[in-house]
Write a protein that binds this ligand. Structure first.
Ligand code: ATP
Length: 341
């Protein structure tokens, strides 16, 4: 399908790495992705966040040219993904490194053979391959596993090998679908460091996850998707700015009340000045003499002071009152509750 439309800044010097306009995808009657318009700048680490079934994989597969959209358009590195002519697809795929959520890996190959296979698939000159594979294995810290069969790798090593494969043709854009799933905490940290390194090397990265804390530290930009619709997209710092004007999260530590009094306490807390919602958090077995509550409060410092006065006046048995730092998890909760757009 050819279109005459061009990406909005095609006349400017800076080309967005990804731009989508009104992108939609239906599977039969079911609309998996609805009217997604987003922009991703060169060099961004873009966290694509949403619960299971939100439409992350579908969107990423469209951007990777593996699925065609039902409606709308997208450009990757200035190339229109709806132009399915072979030359255009070849040029697009040269720009894109896609790592799917389930990796087809060939157990009976060594790491070196695996990467060589893909180097050949990308027509990388055989004289260049040895050096390239050596560099990639070094980058993903698998040099000493060069001759190990893939079936002998841990999950974290397998993910790193898959990432090396994704990098083999030196793509500008990496599309990584839940690369950290199934990794232990240490392997997650290692993966995060590796992605930061790739970002420093000039790659633009889209990374999906439903584990928000995983992305908090790493992403410069974020897009939140739920039931196929993009709820918000942009710089993490800008979304945080919008957020702070709206709502704050306050954690309270109080003396536990009898089970029959919990709902009364909830009513009192919910009625405080500026309080939009109050909910008990799970009991901490380490501190049976304290119970934790989360309040969503609208307002500035003055309102917070008024809230604290209110809690004292109501004789709430308070141990502590603290504002929580806002992170991606909070953005996600606020956006999906409709407080931020
Ligand atoms: P997860 O985090 O679980 O991987 P996701 O956000 O990546 O989820 P998608 O895999 O894009 O979500 O799926 C979005 C919706 O589209 C889901 O409801 C899914 O069941 C549906 N879906 C995906 N692929 C197909 C298909 N080939 N045929 C029919 N429905 C599909």
């Amino acid at each position: 399908m050819e279109t005459l439309e061009q990406p909005s800044d095609s006349l400017e010097t800076r080309i967005l790495t990804v731009e989508t306009r009104h992108l939609s995808k239906s599977y039969g009657q079911f609309q998996a992705v609805q009217d997604i318009s987003l922009e991703i700048e060169p060099g961004a680490i873009y966290g694509f966040i949403g619960p299971n079934g939100a439409g992350k994989t579908t969107t990423m597969r469209i951007l990777a040219t593996l699925l065609e959209p039902s409606q709308g358009e997208a450009w990757v590195c200035g190339l229109n993904i709806n132009d399915r002519r072979v030359d255009n697809l070849v040029a697009l795929r040269a720009c894109i490194g896609y790592m799917p959520d389930f990796i087809g890996i060939y157990d009976k190959m060594t790491c070196y053979e695996y990467l060589e296979f893909f180097a050949a698939a990308y027509y990388i000159d055989s004289k260049r391959r040895t050096g390239l594979i050596k560099d990639l294995l070094q980058l993903v810290d698998l040099t000493d596993k060069k001759d190990t069969y893939i079936e002998g790798l841990s999950r974290g090593m397998t993910q790193r090998l898959a990432l090396a494969r994704t990098l083999i043709h030196d793509p500008k854009l990496l599309i990584l679908d839940e690369p950290a799933s199934g990794l232990d905490p240490r392997s997650r940290v290692e993966l995060r460091e590796l992605l930061k390194e790739l970002s420093r090397m000039g790659k633009t990265i889209i990374i999906s996850s439903h584990i928000l804390t995983e992305l908090t530290e790493m992403c410069s930009h974020v897009g939140i998707i739920e039931r196929g619709a993009l709820l918000t997209s942009g710089k993490v710092s800008e979304i945080l700015g919008k957020l702070n004007r709206h709502l704050r999260v306050i954690k309270l530590l109080v003396r536990p009340v009898k089970p029959e009094k919990v709902s009364l306490l909830q009513t009192i807390l919910s009625s405080g000045p500026g309080v939009k919602a109050a909910r008990p958090l799970e009991n901490n077995d380490q501190a049976p003499n304290q119970s934790e509550w989360e309040l969503l409060v609208e307002g500035n410092e003055t309102e917070l002071q008024a809230l604290l006065r209110y809690l004292v006046e109501k004789n709430i048995p308070l141990f502590s009152f603290s504002e929580q730092p806002t992170n991606l998890e909070e953005i996600f909760l606020q956006v999906t509750r409709g407080y931020v757009s």
